[in-house]
Design a protein around this ligand. Structure first.
Ligand code: KG4
Ligand code: ZN
Length: 320
């Protein structure tokens, strides 16, 4: 079954064709990121305008790359939530029009669940697990979400914990802004922390009652106070601040996610969302997972960030 997926929940406009929920025949993404860079965050009005301009071209490109026409497509899938309302509407209106005109069924897909499903989508012939690895704990770490799911069945993911305040990606973006490093902060801090490789101090981790919940706003404030107090000192290093901040985020994500697998006695951890492209997080999760006999899966790099292949992939199961 050939499914055309459409994703416009944040600043990306994306379309992809996925066969039988697994093989991505195309995966096209255009981002309006540079139009937001001067503002230090996404401006919803700009995002939806850019999406209006690019959606037809992206869908056409996804079909071309897959060597298909709309008549080869069996179903159209679209992200319906969560996301920026104006941006979601662009994708939903386009997908509804296309599905109606081409007389194809339209499948509604949840963006957060799709981030975890990205682990099962094969891009450029890459090896992927099959659904036999379930049950699993799912860790979603993106710009808008930091949550843990109990996944017994791919159609039904049960939320077991989430952040009380900032999402992990949001914390990366805010800390990068306060260190004047640019936007989006995640990839910049990732690179800087890797280059620096150490720090002579640590930032604290939030202590919460639920073992499945997260909090990053205290960490962000600790980084702010540390920077204000020390930035005039000759020994102040932005690289060390970035490293110590990232260490704190990673430790909390790894401890909670692996802890959840141990509590539920699950042998599989699925990770997804923009922050799952973080090199140190991927490495630490795999090492800690291996120590406990837990298989950790992170999507192929292009499928960590927002994309439509994960939408078309999950739709194969949601629609059936
Ligand atoms: O999943 P995503 O593309 O969009 C949302 O659904 O939110 O995630 C975007 C987030 C941004 O906050 C960005 O800073 C973060 O993912 N991010 C990273 C890295 N690459 C992107 N965070 C840490 N390390 C990275 N390498
Ligand atoms: Zn996302």
């Amino acid at each position: 079954m050939n499914i055309l997926g459409i994703e416009t929940s944040c600043d990306e406009t994306a379309a992809a064709v996925v066969v039988d929920g697994v093989v991505a025949k195309s995966n096209c993404v255009v981002s309006s990121l540079k139009d937001h860079q001067n503002f230090g965050g996404i401006i919803p009005e700009i995002a939806s305008r850019r999406q209006m301009e690019s959606i037809s071209l992206i869908v056409r490109q996804a079909l071309l790359d897959a060597h298909m026409t709309i008549s080869d497509i069996d179903q159209v899938a679209v992200t319906v939530k969560p996301g920026l309302l104006g941006s979601l509407l662009v994708g939903i209106a386009y997908a509804q029009g296309l599905a109606r005109a081409a007389e194809k069924p339209l499948i509604n897909v949840n963006h957060v669940a799709a981030h975890l499903y990205a682990n099962f989508v094969s891009l450029n012939g890459g090896q992927v697990p099959d659904l036999g690895v379930l049950p699993a704990i799912g860790l979603v770490v993106s710009g808008g979400h930091t949550s843990l799911y109990d996944i017994k069945n791919i159609k039904k993911m049960r939320l077991i914990g989430q952040t009380h305040d900032d999402a992990a990606g949001e914390a990366f973006d805010k800390v990068a802004r306060l260190l004047a490093l640019g936007y989006p902060g995640g990839p910049i801090i990732d690179r800087l922390a890797q280059q620096t490789g150490r720090s002579s101090f640590k930032f604290p981790q939030a202590k919460l009652r639920s073992p499945y919940d997260f909090s990053f706003s205290g960490l962000k404030t600790a980084v702010l106070y540390y920077t204000q107090k020390n930035q005039q000192s000759a020994t102040f290093s932005v690289g060390e601040v970035a490293y110590a901040f990232q260490e704190s985020v990673i430790s909390s994500l790894v401890d909670k996610a692996i802890g959840a697998c141990l509590r539920k006695k699950y042998k599989t951890l699925l990770v997804g969302g923009g922050v799952s492209s973080n090199s140190a997080l991927r490495e630490r999760l795999k090492t800690k997972g291996a120590e406990h006999g837990i298989d950790v899966y992170c999507p192929a790099m292009p499928l960590c960030l927002d994309n439509a292949a994960m939408i078309a992939g999950l739709a194969y199961h949601v629609g059936s």
